[in-house]
Design a protein around this ligand. Sequence first.
Ligand SMILES: [Zn+2]
Length: 272
Amino acid sequence: MPEIPEMENYRTMLLRTVTGKQVTGVWVERPKSINVAVNELSAALNGQVIDNVTRRAKFLVFHLRGGLYLVTHMMLDGRLYYGTGSDHEGLPGKPHVIIGFSDGGKMFFCDLGLGFLHLVDSLGLEAELAGLGLEPLSPDFTWESFMELFRKRRGAVKPLLMDQRLIAGLGNAYSNEVLFAARIIPAKKIPEIGPDGLKRLWEVIPRILREAINNGGYIEEKYAQWDNRSGGQIPHFMIYDRGGEPCSVCGNPIGETKLNGRWTYFCLTCQH
Ligand SMILES: [Zn+2]
């Protein structure tokens, strides 16, 4: 599932390709992916200009000039693609919603599955984003607020890192990575970690996410034919998806197991 670095990577490329452009066509191949009738979406979007694209957690928000918003979540398999319409062979999956622009460009929302594209007003946007926790790359992500979140928790640390109501935007890949960087075993219970370990965790979360953003995230499929950034994070993963490979710090094999149903990677030498 795309996490903060992947959604930031999309955002950077969306800002470059769709902002300031006027919508001239909307095609919905899978009405289940949207929250209004197809003709309602079409009527609301046609003639509109996308003024900005912002991100909250794993959501992207398109700001329409008329005051409405499109909010999208990729869930497990969703992918975005931008093309001119003559290069559909580059599509990363089955297009479920397509938005066309006056310059001939088209934005494809592919393989949304459990993902979606919702048309909302400002109250609707608030409802979509309600209940999300701390945003790790925002100034709100202070040591005090982080500690407050975990102070009374008893459970294993990794599932808590992935709980969107606590920290918003971390998923399975980067939870593994930040725990390796903080030298904490993923199944360790919060009360056993201690303030030093929690502080290391708080410090590494924004750093690991920023590095992954700079690397282009781990989604391999291109956003556009010219996209040579996406997927650049993959060789930089220290531990995620590297079960059985030698740990790049100590050389011992990386362990893998399922924790709360999600693949979890660890080094018993480097993490305690
Ligand atoms: Zn190691």
